[in-house]
Design a protein around this ligand. Structure first.
Ligand SMILES: Cc1cc2nc3c(=O)[nH]c(=O)nc-3n(C[C@H](O)[C@H](O)[C@H](O)COP(=O)(O)O)c2cc1C
Length: 179
């Protein structure tokens, strides 16, 4: 066996599902960040966790507003998703720059992205710095999706750098060892 570097290890867990997180500044203006490092933590109560670097403008916003929304884009939004992951809301309004539509959320001050297909509104109940990222735990206040989400959804899967893929729709049923 050969020792692998941390970057090789990270890519052993890829492709990863890519999301767009929205959060608000002190004037309640919504910013967008692209995120791979997101996980479901609990069904009951429903909790999700996201790892955000303190270098991101979003880190400051989530730390002070204590809320964020997971907006789920489909593969048609791949260019906007890369742009939200390279531009900073500190210098640019990503909604304006990318022609994205803001819509009100159901329970929070943060807006949602109109062209995304599903939404999970979260209030931060805990956060802790681990290494070079902060892990924010969000308690789900509302979750909803557009028609077709369960049937036709083609997610954005991040492979590496600016390379993305999606699902073919082909599924494999594993043999059960139980029967
Ligand atoms: C596909 C992709 C996935 C990313 N995943 C994360 C992530 O999980 N956590 C993170 O802190 N930054 C991640 N980034 C980097 C941020 O999206 C990027 O630094 C962004 O410009 C920060 O925006 P902000 O300064 O407006 O918050 C990712 C970028 C890309 C392109």
């Amino acid at each position: 066996m050969k020792t692998i570097e941390i970057e090789d290890f990270i890519h052993a867990v890829y492709p990863m599902h890519t999301y767009l997180l929205t959060s608000i500044d002190k004037n309640e203006k919504t910013n967008i960040i692209t995120i791979d490092w997101l996980t479901v933590l609990s069904r009951n109560p429903p909790l999700v966790g996201v790892a955000v670097s303190p270098k991101r403008y979003t880190h400051k916003l989530i730390t002070s507003s204590k809320e964020f929304i997971v907006n789920v884009p489909d593969i048609s939004m791949v260019d906007e998703t890369l742009a939200c992951g390279t531009l900073s809301g500190k210098n640019v309004d990503k909604f304006e720059k990318l022609g994205l539509k803001k819509l009100p959320s159901k329970t929070l001050k943060t807006n949602i992205i109109g062209s995304c297909i599903a939404f999970v509104e979260c209030k931060v109940i805990d956060f802790k710095k681990y290494g070079d990222h902060t892990f924010f735990v969000g308690s789900i206040q509302a979750s909803y999706a557009k028609e077709g989400f369960l049937k036709e959804f083609k997610p954005i899967l991040h492979v590496k750098g600016n390379i993305f893929t999606t699902i073919s729709g082909k599924t494999i049923k594993a043999k059960s060892s139980r029967s």
